[in-house]
Design a protein around this ligand. Structure first.
Ligand code: 5AD
Ligand code: SF4
Ligand code: FES
Length: 350
């Protein structure tokens, strides 16, 4: 009879050696007792080094509007949350924020917002065009669901990448958490983005109410099936301004296991150490960087808006300005013996 240690060790080695894991094997690793997780984290870290190197890519996050027409049950920006002061940056303010990010040394920015009807595809295209014409930044959009035509307009304006998490691969759970949205449409959006030749990022939350380890394994398999260029994974953190306020949140250890498994399954994808991980534990992002992650997305939004982009409570960097975050994260990366990448950090899959 093999011990648990031996099972985990063998499966970790198998995953590392590029042999595809079955769903049951993925579940076994995701269920690994905490005392043996280092076996998984170590092979994920080794594979990260071989596949994507020691450089960490920074993407400056511009949270340009917290106005949202959707009602995702977990999110503080949901339209029914009356407890939140809403804001949106003007077109010129977004472009100025991007320029500031470039002057701080960023090579890439992510424009993120709620689904704010004011920011139509045309307006977003105008902003992208403005950034592309005045900087050498790679531009990622993370503004939710649009038609294929709309995505095309934004791509034509110069957008390089698009982030759209599927949040969970389980259709029933997706519908329960997104009462006014459609799982099939979300997946269709991801296919449309791929067809339009965006570098596509997707991902999910860990520890959503009703989630099982089987669902987590399916989330990882869906990332593989979509062949994403980037995979964003973070713990669900209950927001007091939502109906899920009293639910149990996702655990850091479970999120780290999911990140490590994403590295082992997706090989050379970009994987961020997410802000949500840093918000659960002061060392959360460092732990993720040591378990397969190779990207960090520090906030470059103007200070006065930071606390209003309240997806979940206790978000880090609320009181820190963009220059401070840039120095802070560089220090953390150097302390891990890693370096900050100087290139645009495009997908390694093409
Ligand atoms: N906890 C953790 N992550 C959240 N997000 C939204 N609300 C929460 C929450 N309460 C994540 C979603 C979304 C991303 C922008 O933020 O995964 O895609
Ligand atoms: Fe809006 Fe995105 Fe929050 Fe859903 S997760 S309510 S789409 S900001
Ligand atoms: Fe913002 Fe450390 S990254 S304070």
């Amino acid at each position: 009879m093999e011990t648990k240690y031996e099972v985990i060790n063998q499966l970790s080695q198998k995953a590392y050696s590029k042999t595809s894991l079955s769903k049951d094997e993925i579940i076994e690793l995701l269920s690994c007792p905490e005392e043996y997780t280092h076996l998984i984290f170590d092979v994920a870290d080794k594979l990260r080094k071989e596949e994507v190197g020691d450089e960490v890519h920074l993407r400056g996050l511009i949270e340009f509007s917290n106005i949202c027409k959707r009602n995702c049950e977990y999110c503080g920006l949901r339209r029914d949350n009356q407890n939140l002061l809403r804001y949106r940056l003007e077109v010129d303010e977004i472009i100025a924020t991007a320029k500031n990010a470039e002057s701080l040394g960023y090579r890439s920015v992510v424009m993120q917002s709620g689904e704010d009807g004011f920011y139509t595809a045309e307006k977003i295209a105008t902003v992208v065009d403005g950034i592309k014409n005045s900087t050498d930044l790679a531009v990622t959009l993370s503004c939710g669901e649009f038609s294929k035509q709309d995505y095309k307009m934004m791509k034509n304006a110069g957008a390089d990448r698009y982030l759209l998490r599927f949040e969970t691969s389980n259709k029933e759970l997706y519908q329960a958490l997104h009462p006014d949205s459609d799982y099939e449409n979300r997946i269709q959006c991801l296919h449309n983005l791929k067809e339009l030749d965006y570098q596509v990022g997707s991902g999910f939350m860990v520890g959503l109410p009703g989630e099982t380890v089987e669902i987590l394994a399916d989330n990882l398999l869906l990332l593989k099936e979509l062949d994403v260029d980037m995979a964003g994974i973070g713990p669900f953190i209950p927001n007091p301004d939502t109906k899920l306020a009293n639910e149990k949140g996702g655990l850091l250890i479970d999120s780290l296991k999911a990140v490590a498994m994403a590295r082992l399954i997706l090989r050379n994808a970009h994987i961020p150490a997410t802000t949500a991980m840093g918000s659960l534990d002061p060392k959360g992002r460092e732990k993720a960087l040591n378990s397969g992650a190779n990207v960090v997305m520090p906030n470059v939004s103007p200070m006065k808006f930071r606390e209003l982009y309240a997806l979940y409570p206790n978000k880090i960097c609320i009181t820190d300005d963009p220059g401070h975050c840039r120095n802070c994260i560089t220090g953390k990366i150097h302390a891990l013996g890693r370096s900050v990448a100087k290139d645009h950090g495009h997908s390694l899959k093409r």
